[in-house]
Ligand binder design. Structure first.
Ligand code: ZN
Length: 117
């Protein structure tokens, strides 16, 4: 395909499994979700889209709540590195669903670890 742009861009891939993730979409399951989000079809990581790069913590928290099925209490009790892994994709261009050098959005990823007995 002919590409006239000089800016290099890359597809948005899950930072955990390197699989392609669908474009974030408004989440509608009866809960408060401020940001668009989605689910990695390969490894089950949840993600939320911060289009402004100013919401950081709130966007990450939403991804944690998504990973807990909407359970705020469970999300707030999770410990990073023990109960879940987190990762951020920066330079995310939500309009084209690509990573580009000049884009300033972020995708925040949360993947729960298997619960320990
Ligand atoms: Zn994944």
């Amino acid at each position: 395909m002919l590409n006239l742009t000089r800016e290099r861009s890359q597809p948005a891939l899950c930072p955990f499994c390197r699989g392609p993730v669908p474009r974030p979409e408004p989440l509608r399951d009866g809960l408060w979700y401020e940001f668009d989000g989605g689910l990695c079809p390969t490894c089950g990581a949840h993600y939320a889209h911060d289009p402004t790069a100013r919401n950081g913590g709130a966007t990450m928290l939403q991804a944690m709540v998504q990973a807990c099925g909407g359970d705020w209490d469970a999300a707030l009790e999770m410990a990073p590195g023990e109960d879940y892994d987190e990762a951020v994709l920066t330079h995310y261009d939500g309009q084209h669903h690509r990573l580009a050098e000049r884009a300033f959005g972020s995708l925040y990823f949360v993947r729960r670890k298997p619960s320990r007995g």
